[in-house]
Design a protein around this ligand. Sequence first.
Ligand SMILES: CC(C)(COP(=O)(O)OP(=O)(O)OC[C@H]1O[C@@H](n2cnc3c(N)ncnc32)[C@H](O)[C@@H]1OP(=O)(O)O)[C@@H](O)C(=O)NCCC(=O)NCCS
Length: 179
Amino acid sequence: MVDYPPARIVGPRVRLRPPVLDDAGALFQRVARDPEVTRYLLWAPHPDVATTRRVINEKINVGDEERTWAIELASSGQVVGLTSCRRPVTHSVEIGYCLGRRWWGKGLMTEVLEMLLSALDADRGVYRVWATCSVANVRSAHLLERAGFVREGRLVRHAVYPTMGPIPQDSLLYARALR
Ligand SMILES: CC(C)(COP(=O)(O)OP(=O)(O)OC[C@H]1O[C@@H](n2cnc3c(N)ncnc32)[C@H](O)[C@@H]1OP(=O)(O)O)[C@@H](O)C(=O)NCCC(=O)NCCS
């Protein structure tokens, strides 16, 4: 049994909570159908809200492998994005995140990462938090650097980013040591 940060984390401007099937409409409209959002993600834009529902259902039932949170604005309760942790090795956690385009550039994901990092830091078993992003994903690279992640290298032909096409692209590997 692998531990993850709590199912609910409250920050000044955003709240993290488990996604529910009723989030599908908002997540489809604001996040999952937008090719600008998925451009550097490992999944293609969702063609319909049924796809978003199916994916949420998979995330809810994924078991011990990973945990996904819906990102909710504290001010309005609107769901505006998703974040996740995957812990394939006990001491090491991979993070992922996406936010609806309307909410970019306000420092919201910086706040989410601070919340996740402080929750992960409270777990004495976690020593490493890491993420990969496309070499072209400047926003994500800035976010990670602002959050104290160190660029460990360039992963050649590392991943297919379906919105950009079927050819594997290079990624950057970022990590932050917690202790
Ligand atoms: C990458 C992504 C998560 C960044 O989200 P974000 O909330 O805009 O990121 P940040 O929290 O770093 O916000 C940074 C911007 O907000 C500005 N900002 C405004 N208020 C701020 C505050 N209170 N604190 C910090 N930054 C603030 C910063 O100056 C910065 O602007 P800049 O990029 O022009 O320098 C978002 O663009 C996204 O979801 N992209 C699509 C999905 C994706 O690519 N995910 C990552 C896959 S690896």
